[in-house]
Design a protein. Sequence first.
Lengths: 947, 404
Amino acid sequence: MKFLKPVFRSLASIFLAFIAPADHLTKASADHTEDPRHLFETYCLGCHDAPSAEGGFDLSEFLKLNHSDFKAPFANLATRIMPPSGEEMPSESERRKMLEYLSGLDSAKSASVHRRRSRRELIASLNDLCGTNLDFSDKIPDDQGTYPYESDQRILLSKEVLRSYFDVVDDVLDIALPAEGFPVEQTWVTRKLRNANFTYSRHYKETEDGILFAWTRANNGNSYSYFYDGFEPPVEGWYDLTFDAKKVGDFDEDVTLQVYTGKYYYADDRPQTQRLLGVISLGNREFEETSLRAYLRPGENVSVHCYSSHNWRQSPVTQGVLIKQLAVRGPVLDSWPPKSYDLIFGDLPVQAVSTRESELQVHETILEQIGGSFSVSSQQEGMQKEKLQDGSIQTFWHTQFSPTLAPPPHYVVFENPNRSEILGMNYSTWVGGNGNGLVKSYTVLASADGVEWDQVLASGGLDVSLVNEQAIMFSEPTDEPFLMFRIDASKSIDGRSLASIGKLDLIIAVSREIRHDLVSVKASTAEELISVVKRFAHRALGVQVSEKELDSYLIPALNDFEKNGNFVRATKIGLKAILCSPRFMMVPTQDYPTYEDSANLLARVFWLSIPDMTLAEVNATRRTRDDLRPVVYAEVDRLLSHPESDRFVRSLADQWLNLKDWDEISPSLKLYPQYDDLIHYYLPLELVAYLGFCIRENRPITDLVDSRYGFLNQRLASHYEVEPIMGQNLRRIEYPSNSKRGGLLTTGAISKLTTDGFQTSPILRGAWVVKHLLGIPLPPPPENVSALESGDELEAETLRERIAKHKESDSCAGCHRRMDPYGFALECFDATGMWRHSYAAYIQYRVTFTYRLDGYRRILGRVDTTCEIDGEKFDDLNQWKNHLTQNHHRLSYNFARQFYHFVNGREPDLRQNLRLLDVIDATQGVCRIRDLMCEVLIESILSDQVN
Amino acid sequence: MQRRRFLHASVLPLAMSRLLPAESTAKPETQPKRILFLCNSLGFYGPKFFPQVVGELETSAYLKDLSDRYPMTVFQNLFHPGMETSNHDSEKSFLTGAVKPESPHFKNTISVDQVLSQYIGTATRYPSRSFSIYDRGWGCSGNERGAAIPPLSDVDQIKEMMFGDEDVKAKRERLRTDQAIISQLQSEMTRDDNGIRSIGTDVYQNVLSELQNQFDREKHWLEERKPQPKMQLSEDSEFPFSNKIRNLLELSKLAFQTDSTRVITLSLDWVYGAIKVPGASGGWHTLSHHGGKANLLNKLVAVELDILKQLRYFLDLMATTPEGTGTLLDHTTIVIGSNFGDSSNHTCNNLPIMVIGGGYDHLGHRLLDQPTKLCNLWLELLHKFDVRVDSFGSSEADLSLLGG
């Protein structure tokens, strides 16, 4: 058999069904009673014959080339793109024969039988093996490149990636079995905020009960966050953050507390973005404690941002979130001794000394912490010296000006009775007034007796505006018992001698000492070491390992044990050898000869991880499709019922639906001022919840396009302008029958993923639908075509006209006829998924950008969602959705192929395609999603056997 | 002695190691020669980049300020064959010349910077470094198997990696263990009677031995303290895009100055979403498809001018850093270009390419009579660095495009 080489003379050719007159082909199908080749002549040659070939496709030229890519013609036939509507159609059995014929010509063989374990799979597996819960994805390079799935077998393991795997394995083992023990859990309670620019501090109010927050955003659009003082994670780890808080306000909706982390900065009006740790929804009008767990690293601080549509930039604040206090506990472990010991050492006795639950004494100020006290030169009633140390910069100490004016010098004296080492002082201006008395210059003096001030520690100037906290560091630390902060010059509106300070405290060296609790393993023999490593190998590799193979993991460990005698340390070396072995790092992409292999595959797909013992221990004999079917269906059911399967749903959404690019597109603040952190947080969760529901509930494939339900919360409901919902927990809701929402395509996540953040483009959206949902083949755009991505000034009418013009051109028509109509119907959604009737363009803004709720936009022409697909005209979204659901066969076929690629790291070959089509065709009515997944898995497991 | 060993340990393409004279890297050099490649993945707008009058660099709107100060050669009419329909994928081939990068079965080849790194990178702590603006996992560098080398994009991480202190003792222990594990795995993988062998794909075995070599190198450098140069990293948060480029260039200069590496590749890659530079903001990619519309074009030009401004800053640094009898710039070849000739159409003809510094007798504007393969220039650069190979990628010959 002569195979043809993939040479495309013209890109247009790959749209065109391959046809070849019978005499040009070989005897590949000689055993068929009826030669299917005549079918291609009947249904294809009419258009694709030289010299009047459609799309400039010259058949005679084509036949001279060796051409082996039958995928495009196969896909065109299978998805019923070809023959085009209006032409003579083959019957179903004829179509089947044509597909069968093409699949018989397919020579594609997958190149490799192993691929590297992907980043996501590595992290999940390590966590499950070692009982940790760590996200090291930022330590491993993303090597997916432009391949659609992380599992793609074409992705080669590189030295850089393997290097990072080695490092991450070390990190996980060090956290699971730390040589120095586990940091002792501590508790911090804080009610104090760190300083903020007045632009922000005017939107919170300190009250007797706590701090009341309104909602504001910074001028670069970031949610401005208020940083809590008094807590900084001493070590990396999980911390429980408990807020004692309530809603204040005369309205029905919940108020929302967004909890962030990031490096504290004194924010001007362009604060840096931070990491959103979680959201707490508050409907309670009495104080209640709510916790969330977050992974924090040293140097990160916790901050809050409170959202409610009722108190935008309110000042003074009367409504919003009132937080009494924040209590932080951590680093937390779920069990003691930690789970890792049980998982790794099994029955070996473990001794764990616990001083856990130690309560940390939290001091309001450093001065209090060192047991010191302070006095001032004078004080004004209502602005007493205590205001210096109350943690607030809205209150302040002021020298006396009434009834009489205190004469200079003005000063503050600190007493340091225990002679602690002082590094400097922390000075803050106060905010919210005229600033009278703010310090312009100072001198810090030290004294042994509080009488003779003979040492100058520091002196200099301070800023009185646009800044609050200013650290004054001494040239050398001091332990003198008396320190004086002397005000040499201050701001005075009327020329009188005054001084005022918002906050003043000392700076001391932070104690870096962290206490640890030790865990030790009672084991001392090489035999015990061998059994631990062996057990781990079984778990990690999912198979029993031969003695010989085990040796290669054991030798470095045994050598180290002999040399150092440290059991845990040697264990870590043995475990590392297993985790860095090709058997663990490389996973098969085909050929699953034993039940254990299939179990490994299923666990990898649904948990991204290793099988649990239940799965691995099931013993089933091999196996026909019918034998395997009930086992696979039951296992998939079981695997999906575990929380680990959330990883799978997220991974599938990230890859198949492109959700991994979520953070890369930020909608323009001018056009979409409503788009905020909260909506950015919930849109992907909505998509994942919807997809997860469709999978777990085995919904019909058409639910991907249309349904009467969705997963919403308060924020999403207001974004979508549907029936209001109270509270931010996502829940399943029913849409009314006339609703525009329902299905993946009406989720804001998809609307946003298919734009560049400025304008929407029907071409991008159409291409997305065609590629991700329908699986209609599209080649890359041809050369010498200026793209139609919209500019900011683009008028709607022009866009349609330009697209229309595009379609007239021969080289463009083929593609655009296929994808554009699918995008036009979605024009009713803006770049953030909000419903719209008109387009908007942003207004030029020439000075430094200032955020405002209304944005900067002007209205352009009306949105037109009419479109024509296969000669059928649609006026709006719902008609269009009907068309897609009626063609559910296409949705099923595409989903099956996408899922196959996801599972196996490669596209199914044409024979497998044909079998997947057969499964779909054999289904009564509409295919169900999880059933399809199971069939794909059976096909994956059996493919070699069948072949 | 040490350097020789590393040279042999590094994995050289067979043909090349034969061509390599044994003394080439052992010979004491007065000043090391270095090279930086920068790929601006969305191109430079041609009418502003190329001189309007042949041979007169001052008639280029983009380059007039640069060419005043720095001798350079600007090439017009270079291209990579096989990029007719490759679109953004052409970025992968910019330094390799591998054809049809858009093909689903595309297999890339080694990039020119990595060939150089195998020859001139063996004497430094890092054989080469790749940086990019975003963490996309790939840039322009690829190893000899054509696998993308993930560039580093986090400025703090790069700084820490190149100049930060490390815990030497623990790292030494760790390296020893890692090497023991690798040796064990390797010896088992070559044994026929072992279960691992079937899994021990060639890929894994090759990568393991590369890693083994890297550990050797790391062990050597572990015993030498990292340099701690003064740096002026910018923390401007208003223009993070500009700031990122500037800082990556600053770090590149420091890496050269401290001889931490001699080969650096910088991908000015893009992602969807808006960027902001003084005078313009927008989706960089969207702007690049300006279609000749003035409002889009003006913004694109502002972005490109901003990139050139950062470049000028870098060249100023290089030219004012003395080294030997000259400056850092005299010993560093700086290659700036793009995989796109016309970004609006995303086509790959007439690529904007320029070479600055390196101590060559630069020729100014070189308008080539006919379209010339970029790999000819890459081959010539290899020769300039005494890498005696006969061809690279699609090259035909060393055409002495750069002159002397």
